[in-house]
Design a protein around this ligand. Structure first.
Ligand SMILES: [Zn+2]
Ligand SMILES: [Zn+2]
Length: 134
C-alpha cells in the first residue's frame, strides 16, 4: 500500500514537471517567432523607407529648373533637352549655340520627359540652378 502510493506520487510530479518544462519552451518559441516576425516587418519598413529616400535622391531624374546655357527658366512641363548626365538646356540653346551636343560632356541630347503633375508634390523638381557658359 505504502509502496503503491509512493509510486503514484512519483509518477504524477514527473508528468507535471515534463509539461511544465514543455510549456515554457513552446511559449518561448512562440514569443520568439512573433518577435522575429515583428523585427522582419520593421526591417522591411525601414528598408522600404531607405529605398524610397535613395530612389528620390539618387535614382530619380533631376528636373533642373533652368537652362544651363542661357539660364532661362525650365519648369517641369517646359520643353527641354538633357544629356545622359542630366545637363539640361532649352531647345533654342541646344539647337543653336550648342549645335546639338552638350558643352560639358560632348554627348547628344534627348527630350526631357515631362513628370506627371500629380507626382510633382511627392517627387519635386530640383531647385538647384546650374549655369555654365559654353
Ligand atoms: Zn538656353
Ligand atoms: Zn552633358
Amino acid at each position: 500500500m505504502h509502496h503503491k502510493r509512493s509510486k503514484k506520487l512519483q509518477v504524477a510530479p514527473n508528468k507535471n514537471a515534463q509539461s511544465l518544462l514543455i510549456l515554457p519552451t513552446r511559449l518561448h518559441q512562440q514569443v520568439n517567432i512573433s518577435i522575429k516576425r515583428e523585427l522582419t516587418r520593421l526591417d522591411n519598413r525601414l528598408a522600404w523607407r531607405l529605398y524610397k529616400l535613395l530612389f528620390r535622391s539618387l535614382i530619380m531624374l533631376q528636373l533642373r529648373p533652368n537652362c544651363e546655357c542661357c539660364d532661362k527658366d525650365l519648369p517641369p512641363d517646359a520643353a527641354a533637352v538633357i544629356c545622359s548626365f542630366e545637363c539640361t538646356f532649352c531647345p533654342e540653346c541646344a539647337n543653336g549655340v550648342l549645335a546639338g551636343s552638350c558643352p560639358n560632356c560632348g554627348g547628344h541630347f534627348s527630350p526631357r520627359p515631362v513628370r506627371p503633375s500629380h507626382l510633382l508634390d511627392k517627387y519635386p523638381a530640383s531647385s538647384e540652378r546650374i549655369v555654365k557658359a559654353p
